[in-house]
Ligand binder design. Structure first.
Ligand SMILES: [Zn+2]
Length: 467
């Protein structure tokens, strides 16, 4: 059958308006204000500076993390967010933090400052402890034979010497050593803290375990090889706090005007490792400050999203993505109404796009459009993933959502920064970041979350698994 031209025109315009409707998102005038406030009147670097220098690193279970969370709540309230609160997701058996006294240097045969770390939830020194450096004997039996020499010494440990760590540590502790000194593989000293589960306030055994840069350990070993007397001074002030210590996510909202029970989540983890010198800047001060800046921009632009935009600063990420995992468990009944979870946790580069399913493409293209127009020099990409499911794994706070079929996005990070140089190291500091990247990231978060919150539908998601 041949249709009339009028009929064909009507069909065409219905098709166009249907596809426009499918893509209609934020109000253009509001988007202009968001882009202007985000790009030309940014406040992200001020807040990021305060976080790095006035609050500092934020180990899960530490008083600093809690202090930071209270500050963040105050900021969200100042912006004009509602429903600002701490949501408890669990407890840590004992609190850990570092005091201000963090010293590590060689004082004989000449003075040389060293860069060091100790594991979180491990014993530090008893004040400044000065002692001769002694190379760990070849075997446990050798060590036992030299037991009388160990007292008051810093025991320099190189791979392959000594045998089982547990036996060596027990023997050194019995013999009165000050602690062990290890060398890093390179100039980065990496902080972790695997023992948080096994220690209590009353019982946290073990000698200080100090790791210094490769150049520092090499200098010590060179002097020991020449039979020079090497003396080290170390003060690692590690503190313990009585548990159980309650743990929280920070939550704040801009309530939706039409579908307040449907939600777009903008998030990043607020906790960090806390090795000496680290400020938890790129991991993940950046990702929490971009979420906060998005909230500020949207409030200042008087954005009225149709759905609720919920800002969440997770914690317990570094120890096992606990904050987000428990959030998914605690909000089981609301998961079908979460459109998308945006997670910024890939370091200090800019938000360079998203990994998406094919059916998300039209909506996501529209969602990032304003951001791309605003920052043409910082292009984004939408990478369509293979298969029908969002990528699993990926070790950050998007993962627990994807595991239950809620679209979780670990923002693609694009730019010139080398994340490996800072990740969990002494270099994770304010000055390692680029302001232009943070400004784009905060603004992009605001634009994308506002657009998704105003879209006609929730973001299309993967099919539910057959029951
Ligand atoms: Zn992180």
């Amino acid at each position: 059958m041949k249709s009339s031209p009028i009929f064909r025109l009507a069909a065409l315009s219905a098709l166009i308006s249907a596809s426009l409707l499918a893509q209609a998102q934020g109000d253009p005038a509001t988007l202009n204000r968001i882009a202007d406030i985000g790009k030309n009147h940014s406040q992200i670097m001020d807040r990021f500076h305060y976080l790095c220098f006035d609050i500092g690193p934020r180990l899960t279970s530490s008083p600093e993390l809690y202090r930071g969370q209270l500050w963040a709540m105050g900021q969200f309230k100042r912006f004009g967010c509602t429903n600002v609160h701490l949501e408890k997701w669990g407890e840590f058996p004992v609190g850990s933090d570092r005091g201000p006294h963090q010293v590590c240097r060689m004082v004989e045969p000449f003075e040389s400052e060293m860069v060091f770390t100790t594991p979180s939830w491990s014993n530090g020194t008893k004040g400044l402890e000065r002692g001769e450096a002694m190379l760990l004997p070849e075997t446990l039996d050798d060590l036992k034979a030299h037991a009388a020499d160990v007292k008051g010494k810093w025991i320099v440990s190189v791979p392959g010497r000594g045998g089982s760590a547990t036996e060596i540590n027990a023997e050194l502790e019995k013999d009165g050593a000050l602690g062990r000194v290890f060398g890093s593989r390179n100039e980065l000293v990496i902080t972790s803290g695997p023992n948080w589960k096994s220690v209590t306030y009353e019982k946290h055994p073990g000698l200080p375990q100090v790791t210094v840069r490769k150049s520092d350990i090499d200098r010590i070993l060179r002097n020991l090889t020449f039979k020079r007397k090497v003396v080290l001074e170390i003060n690692a002030e590690n503190r313990w706090f009585k548990g159980p210590v309650p743990q929280y996510n920070v939550v704040a909202e801009i309530k939706g005007t039409e579908k307040p029970d449907e939600v777009v989540i903008v998030s990043g983890h607020f906790d960090s490792w806390n090795g000496p010198l680290s400020q938890g800047a790129q991991d993940n001060g950046v990702g929490s400050m971009t979420a906060m800046e998005a909230a500020r921009i949207l409030c200042a632009a008087h954005a009225k999203p149709k759905r609720t935009i919920r800002f969440i600063l997770w914690s317990g990420e570094e120890q096992g993505i606990f904050g987000s995992t428990n959030y998914v468990k605690m909000h089981k009944d609301e998961l079908d109404k979460i459109s998308a979870v945006l997670v910024d946790d890939g370091g200090g580069n800019y938000q360079g796009g998203y990994n998406i399913l094919p059916q998300m493409k039209p909506m996501m293209e529209e969602a990032i459009k304003k951001s791309q127009e605003t920052f043409p020099e910082l292009p984004q990409a939408l990478r369509v993933v293979n298969g029908t499911r969002m990528p699993r794994g990926g070790g950050s706070d998007h993962a627990p959502f994807n595991a239950v079929g809620v679209p979780g996005f670990f923002t693609i990070e694009t730019g010139t920064l080398n994340y490996n140089f800072v990740h969990h190291t002494q270099n994770d500091r304010f000055e390692s970041c680029i302001p232009a990247y943070l400004i784009q990231s905060g603004t992009n978060h605001a634009i994308v979350s506002y657009n998704l919150a105003c879209a006609e539908t929730l973001l299309p998601r993967e099919p539910k698994p057959a029951q």
